[in-house]
Ligand binder design. Structure first.
Ligand code: BJW
Ligand code: ZN
Length: 245
């Protein structure tokens, strides 16, 4: 297997997707076959779907809260923690996962691009997103304690903008690596490369002159845009991939 050297010149940007949590027992997104209980995923993960049937959407997210609370990080998550300890501020983890497993494993420099399953926010007032682990009973519509309007999961749905501050943090990292003349490396793991803007990060780093790696079970939609492809399970491949110097 090819190995990735992480030395004192390396600036490493990692992007993770659902595949990294698969070995923890969290269903991958496209692994659900694009359906949840016969509903197209776009119906339960879009603002239109929420307006149409908020109870259905809350049932979907409550079920996923219940599922994600009972799982634990796997060796893939742990490997990323070790790399971060080695590289410090020359490491950044951008995750599309909303399950919070990277934080639970011990990762600290994490950008949760698509939000967090264990947070909610108000659909109406200026109350900040807050921690919410509640698994709401079927038929319960949670309301804001401040204004009485509906709460919603703190998740980035299809057609919604990612938090510009999150995208800026990723862009700042790339620019800092270039400015410091570091060796910029991008590694994506466990992601189908189908959803933007995350799927475009490989091109951003390539344009900046960085080296690009993909660790994935199957070839992804954008495999050809990576210089190195390591096929396999992230829980097995990541712990063996890096040479820490
Ligand atoms: C393993 C493994 C193991 C298995 N080890 N590997 C540019 C071009 C075209 C379209 C767009 C574009 N820019 C924006 C869009 C629209 C849209 C989009 O990308 N659509 C595409 C489907 C074409 N993007 C958006 O709407 C984004 N918003 C935005 O850009 O706003 C501005 C804008 C709006 C409209 C138009 C234009 C601009 C928001 C995207 C939000 C995504 N949200 C979701 C759902 C909510 C979260 C939730 O409920 O969980 O986030 S979608 C879903 O996909 C989820 C995931 O985070 C995301 C990515 O999925 P991921 O992680 O890649 O998982 P899978 O299941 O797809 O793949 C798993 C992979 O792992 C597989 O390859 C397996 O082989 C592998 N695997 N086991 C290693 N053990
Ligand atoms: Zn409110």
């Amino acid at each position: 297997m090819e190995r990735l050297t992480l030395d004192s010149e390396t600036w490493l940007l990692v992007l993770t997707g659902a595949g990294v949590s698969a070995e923890s027992g969290v269903a991958t997104f496209r692994g659900m076959g694009g359906l949840w209980e016969d509903h197209p995923v776009e119906d339960v993960a879009s603002p239109q779907g929420f307006l149409k049937d908020p109870l259905l959407v809350w049932r979907f997210y409550s079920e996923r809260r219940a599922g994600a609370a009972s799982v634990a990080p796997n060796p893939g998550h742990d490997a990323l923690v070790a790399w971060e300890r080695h590289l410090g501020d020359r490491f950044l983890l951008a995750t599309q996962n909303v399950d919070g497993l990277h934080g639970r494993a011990g990762s600290q420099r994490v950008v949760e691009m698509h939000g967090n399953l264990f947070k909610s926010r108000c659909t109406s007032c200026d109350r900040a997103p807050f921690s919410d682990t509640t698994v709401y009973a079927r038929g319960t519509l949670p309301l804001c304690g401040q204004c009485g309007e509906m709460l919603r999961p703190h998740i980035v749905w299809f057609g919604e903008y990612l938090d510009p501050a999150d995208l800026e943090r990723i862009e700042d990292f790339v620019q800092a690596a270039v400015a410091k003349r570091g060796k910029l490396v991008f590694l994506a793991a466990g992601t189908s490369g189908a959803v933007y803007p995350a799927a475009g990060l490989v091109d951003r780093v390539a344009r900046a002159g960085g080296e690009t790696w993909l660790v994935n079970l199957d070839p992804s939609e954008n495999t050809h845009r990576f210089q190195h492809f390591v096929q396999g399970k992230s829980g097995e491949r990541l712990p063996a991939l890096a040479d820490l110097r």
